[in-house]
Write a protein that binds this ligand. Sequence first.
Ligand code: AMP
Ligand code: MG
Length: 346
Amino acid sequence: MRRFFYPAICLGMLLLAGCAALPEAETEGRTVSEMLDGPLDTVSTVTLYDWRGGEEPIEAVFALLYDIDARMSAVSGESEIAGLSGQAGTPAAVSGDVFGLIEYAKTVGAETDGAFDITIRPIVSLWGIGTENARVPAQAELDAALLSVGYEGITLDKAASSVTLEKAGMQLDLGGIAKGYACDRAAEILRNANVGHGIIDLGGNVYVLGTKPDGALWQVGIKSPVVGENGYFGVAAARDRAVVTSGVYERFFERDGKRYHHIMDPRTGCPVDNGLLSVTIISASAAQADALSTACFVLGAERGLAYLSALEGAEGIFVSEDLSVQVTPGLRDSFRITDERFQLVD
Ligand code: AMP
Ligand code: MG
């Protein structure tokens, strides 16, 4: 087994835990996705603090992550999600957790008026952002692909645990939600093993389990969304919470002086261009935080904040291109800006 001992600074979201002072930190970092475009395509780290119970929980978490990655990849032939492609109009049975996740994703699609849409795959494939084949598609290609996009075209049969993609060419992409779901399941494994203090980081999807060993809240640094910067601009205090960010800096390519990132507007088939640099969601559910960070990025600051205000338990941090920062009222006490270039606004 390969082992990495990361200083806290290597985490996707900086954890200002003062690692040196913490006892018995055990960190394991692995890149889970074997495939290009699998949902767990970044380094995943699991860190247990003050833990003397051996490696079993970490091994169980990575076994889970491999399983989820294999079953939820949009591209691998083995995957349940990829297996739905090309089956338009025909019900296909999927496992219970895949069914539940598609059902939840469809709900978020309906609640956000289609801003979050897991049928975005034909558009994602055309752009190829994050692959060697990234390019700007022609409008005619986008128009054709958009005919196959629309979450309303997913029919679910709970009794049969089956999914039908109704329109020709429809394909699913769980890239906007699968890491969060995996984070929840990983946290559940650790909790069931009686791990009291830990951090799961699946490429920008962070879950802080329990408190720091001394009982204090974790201080989660929120990464600066300015492309090319590695530091953090603010810190959120949390316990038993997912902290998930969607941003322009995560995955992009440049062509003719213009930057194209990976979060797509399902209406236009193009990268969202609404003045936002990043959206961070903090919630007890990482699947929710993941879906909503993507959804709120597409909705934009105004509609995103309005959507969150109607939801119980999900808080948000919106950063705009002028480095102004808007947060939901529930974060006023637990989030602070640490980089003075960023300004909190109402
Ligand atoms: P995230 O980093 O969680 O915001 O997810 C971005 C990923 O979700 C992309 O790489 C795509 O695979 C997928 N995606 C892109 N746009 C959307 C969208 N509007 N709704 C749902 N998933 C999307
Ligand atoms: Mg997401």
